[in-house]
Design a protein around this ligand. Structure first.
Ligand SMILES: N[C@@H](CCC(=O)N[C@@H](CS)C(=O)NCC(=O)O)C(=O)O
Length: 213
């Protein structure tokens, strides 16, 4: 019996949460299908999609009839189902640290998400400097990243993990829009941005952007 494995994405390819799941699947090298949903046409609200995903968001994964949403749940599920290669560190404490950073990026970066939405990474660049009240958030991000990434290193833990790509993605909201990143992080961001799995996401064809709320 052939396996079915499908990732549901937005059609603009701007979701940081889809990014993480897409990179995870590419790193694992498992064949998967893609379905693009038009969030601008409320396609995540269709009754079937809501029934399957419960939370009605992208990304969602369908694996042999099992549906799952929430990027962190999808990443952990994929790491259990397809353990080689792992995307989370093998070492328990490094894995815990990776989860700490990934949860923190998801919950503590709202001002930066507002001032540097992912549309300014993939469509029109930002013309506005970050608001004054976003400075604290940016400083936190730089402080944590420089504390964890050794000067000039290309990964957090000496070997790539999905936490690297997520951290680089958050930093690139700034880096791609002319904000100077700390020099000690340049090699890290460049290494992540040139990783084939990440490049696959960056280069994926995107529908012309239609604003939606
Ligand atoms: N916590 C979720 C966030 C997912 C999320 O917010 N997805 C957005 C796109 S980036 C979405 O589906 N929005 C459509 C909607 O809310 O109707 C995760 O990590 O997967």
């Amino acid at each position: 019996m052939t396996m079915s494995l499908t990732l549901y994405s937005d059609r603009f390819w701007i979701s940081p949460f889809v990014f993480s799941c897409y990179v995870t699947l590419k790193e694992k090298g498992v064949p998967f299908d893609l379905v693009e949903l038009a969030l601008d046409k409320q396609e995540t609200r269709k009754p079937d999609y809501v029934a399957h995903t419960l939370t009605a968001k992208v990304p969602a994964l369908e694996h042999d009839g099992f549906w799952l949403a929430e990027s962190s749940a999808i990443i952990e599920y994929l790491d259990e189902q397809f353990p080689s290669p792992r995307v989370l560190p093998a070492d328990s404490r490094q894995r815990a640290r990776a989860r700490q950073i990934m949860a923190w990026l998801r919950t503590d970066m709202d001002p930066l998400r507002r001032d540097r939405p992912t549309t300014v990474m993939f469509y029109e660049k930002s013309t506005q400097p970050p608001a004054d009240d976003t400075r604290g958030c940016i400083e936190r991000l730089y402080r944590v990243a420089t504390a964890l990434v050794p000067n000039g290193a290309t990964s957090l833990f000496g070997e790539w993990s999905i936490a690297d790509s997520e951290l680089a993605f958050m930093l690139q909201r700034l880096g791609l829009n002319g904000d100077a990143l700390p020099p000690s992080l340049h090699a890290f961001v460049e290494a992540q941005w040139s990783r084939p799995s990440v490049k696959g996401y960056l280069a994926h064809p995107r529908a012309p952007y239609v604003p939606y709320g």
